[in-house]
Design a protein around this ligand. Sequence first.
Ligand SMILES: N[C@@H](CCC(=O)N[C@@H](CS)C(=O)NCC(=O)O)C(=O)O
Length: 241
Amino acid sequence: MAAASASSVKETLPPALGSASQPPTVFDGTTRLYICYFCPFAQRAWVTRNFKGLQDKIKLVAIDLQDKPAWYKEKVYPQGTVPSLEHHNEIRGESLDLIKYIDSNFDGPSLLSKDAEKRQFADELIGYANAFTKALYAPLMAHTEVSDEVVAALDKLEVALSKFSDGPFFLGQFSLVDIAYVTILERVKIYYSHLRNYEITKGRANLEKFIEEMNNIDAYTQTKNDPLFLLDLARDHLKIA
Ligand SMILES: N[C@@H](CCC(=O)N[C@@H](CS)C(=O)NCC(=O)O)C(=O)O
């Protein structure tokens, strides 16, 4: 399958641009995805682009968020967050909107099922992704113990993963829903293991299998960071403990 092989191409990543860097020639017709290599939200758009084999059509521009260039907010995306996508001379942001936009407006394998029941479940789960993220990060940022909300949120995913039996992913087959959750799961798995001695996959066989299967998808593995690096970064910047 051409698209699958394109998604497994190992890409040389561009250096992250800092405050001393020049901006790209914005609105010159090039399609650009602005990301930060460590951001879970940017990673969602990056995985989507990779899986669809769009490495040549969507150019990555990495921003150094620790030394953020002023031009990013001034010339590219007034909200100043990553990810953002420059396409047809317009800028769009918000990772959950962007992954849907990239899926619908570019070539490559579709990342949403045509099945009505699966589509409805996809909307439901993508709609829950922000609440899930908040529930999981809250005790880490407040320096409190694993809460009932954390357990309930993880159990909800475990149950969701059992809904369709035609594969290990949320809709059975790989989709945008998996992309919406995996980058958050990648991080909270590390944080809870190291900081709370709590294994999020323990007693949750579907979640364990899901993470294992995700780790066979090149489009995703190429975007992963070293676990201890992510932990240090979150300790420093999110003040999690
Ligand atoms: N809701 C946004 C969140 C994006 C976001 O918060 N990104 C962070 C990096 S992980 C950011 O750009 N922060 C701005 C900064 O650090 O200056 C989305 O899903 O795209």
